[in-house]
Write a protein that binds this ligand. Structure first.
Ligand SMILES: *[C@@H]1O[C@H](CO)[C@@H](O)[C@H](O)[C@H]1NC(C)=O
Ligand SMILES: *[C@@H]1O[C@H](CO)[C@@H](O)[C@H](O)[C@H]1NC(C)=O
Ligand SMILES: *[C@@H]1O[C@H](CO)[C@@H](O)[C@H](O)[C@H]1NC(C)=O
Ligand SMILES: *[C@@H]1O[C@H](CO)[C@@H](O)[C@H](O)[C@H]1NC(C)=O
Length: 176
């Protein structure tokens, strides 16, 4: 797991290893450095009972961005959210430069890349987005894996550019 790549695909990595049913409950995006980047939107939408998705768009103000790390940790809710099993840092540019060097990461990343505009090597310019990543899709992926404890989880993703933490995205989900 130490060499995962991409960002939000990590959500799917977790889902793969998780329960039979995944439900998104919330998403919260915070810019820690508004001169570097800002979120234009960040939301969870329920179209109907079976179709829910998340969309996120972040505008980059200091482009090109050539050095990005993604730091990912999983929390499970007991009394408040506690760290749970995963705590991973990925050099996103290194992975994207040569995805084939890392077949496992590529497998996960490919399953999510179609929802994003960052399926290309660094640098990044303009804006990064993830459009309509659906619960249904994540559930479909999740059927391939081992069961995982049911409960409420939070996935915290730190976006670290040039070794400075610039933004945090928190996904909240329930596994049942
Ligand atoms: C939910 O919305 C999606 C997208 O509009 C649609 O394709 C699907 O049929 C809807 N499902 C139900 C149960 O209404
Ligand atoms: C993740 O690991 C780092 C370095 O080992 C540690 O400083 C940090 O507290 C850990 N975070 C969580 C949520 O476990
Ligand atoms: C992730 O980044 C945060 C903020 O920079 C830091 O507190 C944490 O220790 C980092 N975790 C890992 C695994 O490096
Ligand atoms: C990126 O997109 C291209 C074209 O859509 C596709 O051929 C390629 O497999 C994708 N790469 C990844 C890592 O998803």
């Amino acid at each position: 797991m130490s060499h995962a790549g991409g960002v939000l695909f990590l959500l799917i990595v977790v889902s793969y290893e998780v329960a039979s049913k995944v439900e998104f409950t919330n998403i919260v995006c915070t810019s820690l450095d508004k001169e570097f980047s800002e979120f234009e939107y960040c939301y969870l939408k329920s179209v109907n009972r079976t179709y829910k998705y998340v969309s996120v768009k972040s505008k980059l103000y200091q482009t090109p961005v050539t050095k990005v790390k993604v730091n990912f940790s999983l929390y499970k809710r007991f009394n408040g959210y506690r760290p749970f099993m995963y705590n991973i840092t990925v050099d996103a540019c290194r992975f994207l430069k040569n995805p084939k060097s890392n077949p496992v990461t590529l497998f996960f990343f490919s399953s999510f890349a179609e929802f994003s505009n960052f399926n290309h090597s660094c640098p990044f310019n303009g804006a990064l987005f993830l459009e309509k990543l659906s619960t249904e899709f994540v559930n479909h992926q999740a059927t391939k894996v081992l069961p995982f404890p049911e409960g409420d989880y939070m996935i915290e993703i730190n976006w670290i550019a040039y070794d400075i933490n610039r933004a945090v995205i928190k996904f909240y989900l329930t596994l049942s």
